[in-house]
Design a binder for this molecule. Structure first.
Ligand SMILES: Cc1cc2nc3c(=O)[nH]c(=O)nc-3n(C[C@H](O)[C@H](O)[C@H](O)COP(=O)(O)OP(=O)(O)OC[C@H]3O[C@@H](n4cnc5c(N)ncnc54)[C@H](O)[C@@H]3O)c2cc1C
Length: 433
């Protein structure tokens, strides 16, 4: 029997090295990122990236033949917990979203020519990419309702549609676009993926949609969420990524591991907020004692610690299942962590913010930004409700109605049966009375 929660000591050394590098070299950049701008930030990160490459930790999500480390999901998850503590850390390790997920798609479904043209420069950090699926007019939580169309015309595909929330779309060199190629096919075989260079005529990047996380309208910044019109966009036949009709299949291969990484990065954020909560509890005095001696704050600390631990173990278990039994086998576990992990993140950040009062609400601390960032976690990559429904459906497959619709645990029925079964014994007991 094996039941082991330990981390391989060599890899623990790597994790410790990463944690120190992120804290010492990357956290300080957060405070001047607006002054540095994206170019300045990337220049500042270049020497850190060099150290990461030398240590053999660059692009760890990809197989070695593609320049990655071929880590399984457990190792990647532990790594993302460290990287999640800063929005800029993934850049230093060559696995920033959405480029990391897109590189996985290209590695999985790309032809050798597509890999040479798009994947290799993406991995080298020479290109940016976006994943363009969600549409303002249709429910992103049910992507079988997509209406963007790709129609074959000779040696080309012609794409028409309207997308939004294509993260990094306004700085991308190419977009991976999900479009319906066969509206008559079964729901999950209607759509295909296409590689569309951003400068193709007809690709109109309308704006970066201001959000709760970035409320000011700005265009062309890293982390923006682009609204895009595709008007008669013509791409060659070989722009098709994977098989025709395989869009959803490929998307799932990308999204499942991506959710593990999200959840572990959220734990990195939650941990940072938790440390602020605990620090505040040690020195802020109200009504004659430190916050940490008020029972409500003690409850916040204990509940946060328990919830983070639960989310961490659930996520690592989902990662382990994916590593040992494959992506599809971990479907239920991934849905569980997606909604549970998002709630833990939101709750821990909220408690830390509350404990800091006005200071927490102000931009003098990163908590208000964490709070705004955290809120999106409850619906991107599938809203809470959809994941809960998926979990419940999978669980309910293991149940069936009881005979005659009498609950299996109905006490009078069980008593009746037990009386029959133990009749001899009951007669003896009664006779002894
Ligand atoms: C920060 C961020 C980054 C994103 N990046 C990308 C990206 O790079 N590329 C991309 O294509 N998209 C991206 N998205 C879009 C994201 O994937 C969608 O927002 C998400 O899929 C939900 O779709 P929707 O917004 O259309 O909401 P809808 O589908 O309209 O759902 C709205 C709400 O309805 C409820 N709901 C939905 N279904 C059910 C159900 N079955 N039962 C009960 N309630 C239900 C939920 O509460 C849900 O939040 C991003 C979004 C955010 C916030």
């Amino acid at each position: 029997m094996s039941w082991d929660f330990s981390t391989d000591p060599d890899f623990q050394q790597d994790l410790d090295w990463m944690a120190e590098l992120v804290r010492e070299e990357i956290w300080p950049l957060e405070a001047v990122w607006h002054e540095l701008g994206m170019d300045g930030l990337l220049r500042a990160l270049a020497p850190v990236q060099e150290q990461v490459r030398e240590r053999g930790l660059w692009a760890a999500h990809l197989p070695p033949e593609l320049g990655g480390q071929g880590f399984g999901q457990v190792k990647l998850g532990l790594m993302h917990e460290v990287l999640g503590t800063s929005p800029y850390a993934p850049f230093a390790f060559g696995n920033q979203a959405p480029d990391s997920g897109n590189s996985e798609i290209l590695a999985l479904a790309g032809t050798p020519e597509q890999k040479a043209r798009w994947l290799e420069p993406l991995l080298a950090g020479d290109l940016h990419s976006a994943f363009s699926m969600t549409e303002p007019e249709n429910a992103g939580s049910d992507p079988t309702t997509l209406s963007t169309r790709a129609v074959r015309d000779g040696d080309e595909w012609v794409i028409n549609g309207h997308k939004w929330f294509s993260s990094n779309g306004s700085i991308a060199d190419f977009l991976i676009v999900m479009a319906v190629t066969d509206p008559e096919a079964r729901a999950h075989q209607r759509a295909s993926m296409f590689i569309v260079p951003a400068d193709t005529p007809g690709v109109h990047i309308l704006r970066d949609v201001p959000t709760m996380e970035h409320p000011q309208e700005e265009f062309g910044k890293y982390g923006g969420h682009a609204e895009i019109r595709y008007d008669d966009v013509r791409v060659p036949a070989d722009a098709l990524l994977g098989a025709e009709g395989a869009g959803f299949l490929i998307a799932q291969q990308r999204l499942y591991p991506g959710r593990i990484h999200h959840c572990m990065r959220w734990l990195g954020v939650a941990r940072r907020a938790f440390d602020m909560l605990c620090e505040r509890a040690t020195y802020r005095v109200t009504h004659g004692k430190e916050l940490g001696r008020h029972q409500t704050v003690q409850n916040w600390i204990a509940d946060s610690a328990a919830e983070m631990q639960a989310a961490r173990l659930m996520t690592l278990h989902a990662a382990w299942k994916m590593d040992t039994e494959g992506v599809a086998a971990a479907r239920k576990e991934i849905s569980l962590i997606k909604f549970f992990g998002a709630k833990v993140l939101c709750d821990v950040v909220d408690r830390a913010l509350q404990a800091h009062g006005s200071l927490g609400y102000s931009t003098d601390l990163p908590l208000e930004a964490m709070y705004r960032y955290a809120r999106g976690a409850r619906f991107y990559d599938g809203p809470d409700e959809v994941h809960r429904a998926s979990v419940a459906r999978q669980i309910l497959r293991g149940y069936e109605p009881p005979p005659d619709r009498v609950p299996s645990e109905h006490v009078p029925t069980r008593r009746e049966k037990a009386r029959e079964r133990f009749a001899d014994l009951l007669v003896t007991v009664t006779a002894n009375d």
